[in-house]
Write a protein that binds this ligand. Sequence first.
Ligand code: BGC
Length: 695
Amino acid sequence: MTLAEKVGQLNMVTAHMADTGPGMAPLDLDAVRRGEVGSVFNLWGAENTARVQRVAVEETRLGIPLFFGFDVVHGHRTLFPVPIAEACAFDPDLWQRTAVHAARETSADGVDLTFAPMLDVSRDPRWGRMVESPGEDAWLGMRFAEAKVRGFQGDDIASPHAVAATAKHFAGYAASIAGRDYATVELSERTFREIHLPPFQSALAAGVAAIMPAFTDYSAVPLTGNAAILGDLLRQSWGFDGVILSDYGAIAELVPHGVAADLQDAATVALHAGVDIDMMGNAYLSGLEAAVEHGKVSIDLVDTAVVRVLRLKHALGLLDDPFRRMGENGTWEAIASKGRDLARDAARRSAVLLTNRSGTLPLASSGGPIVVAGPLANAWREMAGPWAGAVDLEQNVSLAFGLEQALPGRELRFPSEDEHGAAMADAETIVLCLGETAEMSGEATSRTKLDLDEDQRRLFDFAAGTGRPLVVVLFCGRPLTVPWIFERADAVVAAWFLGSEAGNALADVLTGAWNPSGRLSVSWPRDVGQIPIFYGQRPSGRPLGVDPKYSSRYIDSPNDPQFVFGHGLSYTAFEMSDLRLSATNLKVGESLEVSVDLRNSGDRAGEQTLMVFLRDPVASVSRPLLELRGFASVFLEPGDSESVSWTLGPEAFEGLDAGMRRTIEPGVFEVFVGPCADVEQLLKVSISIEEKTIN
Ligand code: BGC
């Protein structure tokens, strides 16, 4: 290979395919012909990718196939819930199954690699990309990472049904200061290691093919050029030998970041850090050859990156058959038609019932008129949320449509604005569909206010003023700070953006055809001023309540969130009892079995999620008040009981000591089990861990 041909393999370009249909205008096929392109993204449709692949294979000197990448963040042609919502299902098996299906659709549509899963542990809802993330908890993020990587990649990424996964954005992007996208990041080494890195380690353990560094910096060095993090940590210490591909234009952005003088310099910094592929930065293409000539970059370094890219192409099976994901696997249409049931099930498991006063929900199958109103009532396109590139939005189901299907025996009214008064006055129930539109969350959608606009507020006030039972269905990509809704509405459902089957799934939840089981994957703040807010905080020396004045508190707001991590109601009730451990003493390195009895004490069948938290109350460093270490969901008929158990391996008790070493500090640990991160709702027992004695 010539140096130019090698550099071409490291260059990834977009085909700018529009959301609206197959048009691939700006992709320069001559650049492909000249061997300047190694991979293409934002192109799908087997015919489209095959056309470009043919140029690479038949018209370049070496005939090396391209690979095709795309953001399949929550489904490809069939949309599943946005990740922040799907995380609320607390169901690794579901997370994996939706990724398997997404991989099948994607791989039948000409695409080899997805830029997913997104694994940024997110504690700041001002940052719009929280919607793409599995929420605030590192342990939950780890389970999400494994499930998604396994689902996308299967046992072998050479399979024509599988796609390579990319864990992104490595790492700490969600901590962008003040929630402003692309801004600088302030993170302690401890928080970086304890909270932001673990999901990526799980992705690696599951065999993830690629990693995408974040746009942002860690400790003042942009990750795209951060040799300590990409080189020393990811490559050397963790042994990652897959492909590191930059985010969109991120190598070129090393210049405005202030760590490179020009594109040649940026290319030098990024390649030294270990970035193999330049996505849309044009830095490798325009700068690497000169950098090699000037001795700034060794040819060995270029070769190493090229070998990684070729190995990925080989692993994807492209060197054997460059067209293997272009129709051989069946058409995506045939596969997508089988995804709707899964999409509906995933969606209803992801909705969270936040409040429900005096049994306002579920809606009965017969009764007086129900008024369905609000800007999101019939907004089928919005149900997609962000990252819905290849989707035919017309296929999405709105809540209005879903309710019509679900309640044939009831009069549903969909009044226009000037009919609200008359329609609502004699409604038996009002269902208001409020929230954000899809484009208000996702990349580059930071917000300083998480409230609703004036029009929605007025509509709500009007509906609440009628005194009729009022249900609010809240569509959003992040928690919204709307305490005025929670105070006055009789029931509120967090509907997020639930994907293709959103309307049917929400109708299932509202009518009780599905007894709601979703649990918040993020703490829901009362006010923007509480952000960042998350359950896993370390204790204060002056905790709330010890002194009326000199304690850690606000003078104008409670400390606790509107809804705690794990909150989510059901139409039935559950009781826990008899929390027990397999031992009262453990030696360092031993496992512990935790069990509890759970009973459905209500009058409907339903599913309950229980969580296990640990706390190390006295250690050499201050440990968080609660740390998630397990969860499980149990379905119970009314009156039935079951014993639920978890095995906590030794790693569950580990923490980073003052020297950042993973270690178990002997002593007492507290074990909590319950439905959410509110200590009042948790059962607690203690266990003592003793030093291992060597005889
Ligand atoms: C986003 C990535 C995405 C990439 C390619 C970037 O703007 O940050 O998450 O994978 O574009 O579409």
